[in-house]
Write a protein that binds this ligand. Structure first.
Ligand code: ARG
Length: 467
C-alpha cells in the first residue's frame, strides 16, 4: 500500500496473507503514546543536528501533539494496511503535517531502535504500577498480621506445618508476614530491574549499527527520562533480556501469590475452618444455594500457570536467536503485555480478598497443640536441663508414643507417666506444654515469639516505607 515504510524496492504490494501474518497493530497500538513521545525526542535530536529548521521542528511537534490528543480520545485508529504502530503513526503524521515535513521524521532511526526503546519505556511505567499494587497486598497482609498480634494475650495462634503436617505452633501474624516478605522481595526485584533498564535507551542505535547523521542518543535518552543511552547499538536493538527478566518477576509474583491462594482455599474448607471469606470477595454456585467459593484464590492459582507460560514462551523465542534484530522479536510483546494485564487485574482483587478475610481464632487455637506439636518443646526443655539433644529427642519421642497408645495429648500425661518415661521429666516440664509457652519461647531474631513478630512487623513496615 501507499503508506508502507519500505515500498521502494518492491514492484508489487504485499499479499493479503503476508499482511495478515505481519500485522501487529492489534497489540502494539498500546505503545502509541510512547511512539509519539519518541518522535518528539527524535525531532529535537534532528533539529539539534541541524537537519530540521526551527519551523519544521515546531510543525512536527504540533502534528505529534494533534496525534497524541486524538490517540488519548480513542479516535486515532490504525488502518488495516498498517503493519505496526510505528508505520501507522508515521503515516498519520504525514497526513497531518504533509509529506515534505512529515517525511523527515524517519531520518536516522529504525523501527528496530524505536521498538527497543518504547518497549523498555512502557515496561518501566508498568513496573511502577505493578510495584504499587504489590505494596498494597503487602499492606493488607501486614494489616491482618497487626490485628492478630494482640493485645490482649499473645495473639492468634495456629498450627505451623511442614509437609502439611502439624509441626510447631506459630502466630498467625508470623505466618502471614512470611508471605509479605516474599512479595517485598518481588518489589525489590522490580526496582533492581528498573536500575538496569532506565540507563539503557537504545534510540539512536538505528537498525543495528547506529546512525551517521550526528544525532545525539543521550539527548533522546534524557527527553524520554532514561538516565543514559545504550553503549552498543547491536545489543540495544537485539537484546530482550529486559523483557524476559520482567516476565520472570511477573511469574515469580504469580507463584508467590499462588502459595497464599492455595492456603486460603484450604483454610476456607469445612475441614480446616480457619477463615471465612467476605461476601463481596467470594462467589456462589448456580445450582448449590449454600456454596461460597474462593474464586479469587482459584483464579490466582490458575493465572500463575499463565504467567509462567509467558516467561517460558519468551525464553523459547529468544533461544539461539542470532544477532541482531530478527522479526521473531515481534513475538516478545504479547506475552509480557499479558503478564502485565494479568497482574494489574489480579492484584487488586487478591488484595481485597486478603484484607477482608475473617480468621477463626478459636478453631486455630484448638488445633494448634494437636498432633503432638509441642514435642519439640519437651526436647528443648530437656536440653535446657543439661540433657544431650540426642537423648532429649528420644525421650520426647517416647512421650508421643505413650500418648498415641493412650489416645491422649502430651499435657494429659500424669507426673507418674512422665517420670516412668524418664526421670529427667519432672513436673516442671508442664511449663512448656502450652501453646502460649511454646510460642513465647521461640524468641530469637526471626522467631515466632510475639515480641519478635512485633519487631518484625515494624521492620517490614519500615521497608515498605522505603520502597
Ligand atoms: N513491529 C516490529 C516488532 O515488534 C518492529 C519493527 C521492526 N520490523 C522490521 N521489519 N525490522 O519487533
Amino acid at each position: 500500500g501507499a503508506g508502507k515504510l519500505w515500498g521502494g524496492r518492491f514492484a508489487g504490494g504485499p499479499s493479503p496473507e503476508l499482511e495478515a501474518l505481519s500485522r501487529s497493530t492489534h497489540f502494539d497500538w498500546r505503545l502509541g503514546l510512547y511512539d509519539i513521545g519518541g518522535s518528539h525526542a527524535h525531532a529535537k535530536a534532528l533539529a539539534a543536528a541541524g537537519l530540521l529548521s526551527p519551523e519544521e521542528e515546531a510543525e512536527l511537534h504540533r502534528g505529534l501533539d494533534v496525534l497524541a490528543e486524538r490517540f488519548a480520545q480513542g479516535t486515532l485508529v490504525p488502518d488495516p494496511s498498517d503493519e505496526d504502530v510505528h508505520g501507522a503513526l508515521e503515516r498519520l503524521l504525514i497526513e497531518e503535517v504533509g509529506p515534505d515535513i512529515g517525511g523527515k521524521i524517519r531520518a536516522g532511526r529504525s523501527r528496530n531502535d524505536q521498538i527497543a526503546t518504547l518497549f523498555r519505556w512502557y515496561l518501566l511505567d508498568h513496573s511502577l504500577t505493578v510495584g504499587a499494587l504489590l505494596l498494597d497486598l503487602v499492606d493488607a497482609l501486614a494489616g491482618q498480621a497487626e490485628q492478630h498480634l494482640g493485645p490482649p494475650g499473645i495473639g492468634t495462634v495456629m498450627p505451623g506445618r511442614t509437609h502439611l503436617q502439624h509441626a510447631q505452633p506459630v502466630l498467625l501474624s508470623h505466618h502471614l508476614l512470611a508471605h509479605a516478605w516474599a512479595l517485598l522481595r518481588d518489589v525489590d526485584r522490580l526496582a533492581d530491574w528498573r536500575r538496569r533498564v532506565e540507563s539503557d535507551s537504545p534510540y539512536g542505535s538505528g537498525a543495528l549499527a547506529g546512525q551517521s547523521l550526528g544525532l545525539d542518543p543521550e539527548l533522546v535518552a534524557r527527553e524520554l527520562n532514561f538516565t543514559g543511552s545504550t553503549a552498543n547499538s547491536i545489543d540495544g536493538t537485539a537484546s530482550r533480556d529486559f523483557v524476559s527478566e520482567f516476565a520472570f518477576v511477573a511469574a515469580q509474583v504469580g507463584v508467590d501469590i499462588s502459595r497464599i491462594a492455595e492456603e486460603v482455599i484450604l483454610w476456607a474448607t469445612k475441614e480446616f475452618g480457619f477463615v471465612t471469606l467476605h461476601d463481596s470477595w467470594s462467589t456462589g454456585s448456580s445450582i448449590m444455594p449454600q456454596k461460597k467459593n474462593p474464586d479469587i484464590s482459584e483464579l490466582a492459582r490458575g493465572k500463575a500457570g499463565r504467567l509462567v507460560g509467558n516467561l517460558t514462551g519468551l525464553l523459547t523465542t529468544l533461544k539461539a536467536l542470532p544477532l541482531a534484530y530478527n522479526r521473531d522479536l515481534q513475538e516478545d510483546k504479547e506475552p509480557v503485555f499479558d503478564s502485565i494485564d494479568t497482574l494489574e487485574v489480579l492484584l487488586p482483587a487478591f488484595t481485597g480478598q486478603v484484607a477482608t478475610l475473617t480468621f477463626n481464632a478459636d478453631r486455630m487455637a484448638e488445633l494448634a497443640p494437636q498432633g503432638f506439636s509441642l514435642a519439640t518443646d519437651i526436647a528443648e526443655w530437656l536440653v535446657r536441663q543439661g540433657v544431650p539433644f540426642r537423648v532429649a529427642h528420644e525421650v520426647a519421642g517416647a512421650c508421643v508414643r505413650e500418648c498415641e497408645e493412650l489416645g491422649i495429648e502430651l499435657h494429659e500425661l500424669s507426673d507418674e507417666q512422665f517420670a516412668a518415661i524418664s526421670p529427667t521429666l519432672t513436673p516442671e516440664v508442664r511449663a512448656v506444654l502450652t501453646v502460649e509457652g511454646s510460642v513465647a519461647s521461640r524468641d530469637g531474631r526471626g522467631g515466632t515469639a510475639p515480641v519478635r513478630v512485633g519487631e518484625q512487623l515494624g521492620e517490614l513496615r519500615a521497608r515498605v516505607a522505603g520502597a
